[in-house]
Design a protein around this ligand. Structure first.
Ligand code: GLY
Length: 369
């Protein structure tokens, strides 16, 4: 039987970040995943955008997002240095734009709300928006600039984390965990599909939308998102563009290599992995209203991902389920953003260090059921 201090179930951005930090903290760690980075991290757009993702009543999530955004530059530097992989990290901010009069009214309300929270957003006219982003349609009425937002390519983050984790001495086990092994009050490890138990007195559950199948007490459900990848000339857009088009939301995230990630539907359909004509149509229709030139780009990929949603949209980070088990799941729309603060918190739970204050709202046992 192979033994470790910690087994991390799930090799997406959250699980790998926690595992990497735990190895750096001196623990022996195995990550178990049949196909690391193939879940939500593969679909994710990688927006590090707590300000432009802010929603009424979700201030604890905003504070958590801001705490993690603050950690991203040093996380990036260290990860790039340790892995040799460039993450395509960009920090030109998010331009949030409105199409119809109803969308403009929504944006005005949002700006007022953001200002009451002391967030740094700048209101712009349609003309000012087009100065920032010349590809925007003349129909765009106005916008908000969240200059502090950033973004990253999540697939490169996974590649970098795998390299950094293994270089630091971590073990990757390409297998699927079928069971947590708990004996009375004691966690003994996990049983993978291959059968040979991996022993560890601590287990981190970072299996995203699949977390509840391993630990039925965790209130995590899949929230389907369809997302497209287009390819165009470099510099087609300079920053993330999000928009409301007659009430529906769409975003465009440009990469250094000319890719534009266009997302995303939000569907409560369980693990329905189908890309639908309607989903793709609505995304392209709304994106074209904001940026007509996208119809000239090549459509190179359609993907479905499953956001791990929770009843209050806050993640579950901390001791849960059984002694020795730590949840790091339920990150819903923000797994990539929240990876650094989650990893720091998980390492603190594992080693008895200080848990960041903003994570206190994420206690998995906060009475969600
Ligand atoms: N954070 C973007 C999304 O979940 O679609």
């Amino acid at each position: 039987m192979r033994g470790y201090d910690v087994v991390v179930v799930g090799g997406g951005v959250v699980g790998l970040s926690a595992a990497w930090r735990a190895v750096q903290g001196g623990l022996s760690v195995a990550v178990v995943d049949p196909d690391p980075g193939a879940g939500a991290s593969h679909a994710a757009a990688g927006m590090l955008a707590p300000v432009s993702e802010v929603t009424y009543t979700e201030e604890p999530l905003l504070r958590l997002g801001l705490a993690s955004l603050e950690r991203w530059p040093s996380f990036r530097d260290e990860l790039q240095e340790e892995s040799g992989v460039d993450l395509d990290y960009r920090a030109e901010g998010t331009l949030e734009v409105a199409y119809g009069p109803d969308d403009m009214a929504y944006l005005e309300d949002l700006a007022a709300f953001e200002q009451t929270l002391g967030l740094p957003v700048e209101r712009l006219t349609g003309r000012e928006c087009r100065k920032f982003e010349p590809m925007l349609s003349p129909s765009v009425r106005g916008g908000l600039l969240a200059a502090g937002d950033a973004w990253v390519n999540p697939r490169l983050v996974v590649r970098a984390l795998l390299a950094a984790f293994e270089r630091a001495g971590g073990t990757l086990v390409r297998d699927r965990v079928t069971e947590l092994v708990v004996d009375g009050d004691e966690t003994r490890g996990v049983r993978p599909a291959s059968g040979e138990e991996l022993s560890a007195s601590r287990v981190v559950i970072a299996a995203g939308s699949w977390s509840a199948s391993l630990a039925p007490g965790l209130p995590v459900r899949p929230v389907k998102g369809q997302i497209l990848r287009l390819r165009g000339p470099k510099g087609f857009l300079s920053r993330c563009v999000r928009g409301k088009v007659h009430g529906s939301s769409v975003y465009l995230v440009p990469r250094g290599d000319g890719e534009v990630t266009l997302g995303a539907t939000v569907e409560e359909l369980g693990f329905d992995g189908r890309v639908t004509a309607g989903g793709v149509y609505e995304l392209l229709r709304d994106a074209r209203e904001l940026v007509p030139g996208i119809t000239e780009l090549e459509l190179v990929e359609t993907t479905v991902g499953f956001r791990p949603g929770t009843p209050d949209n806050l993640p579950l980070i901390g001791p849960a389920v059984a002694p020795g088990v730590i949840a790091a799941t339920g990150h819903h729309r923000s797994g990539v953003l929240l990876a650094p603060v989650t990893a720091e918190a998980v390492t603190a739970f594992l080693t008895g260090g200080d848990v960041p204050d903003a994570v206190r709202s994420c206690d998995p046992e906060r009475g969600l059921r």
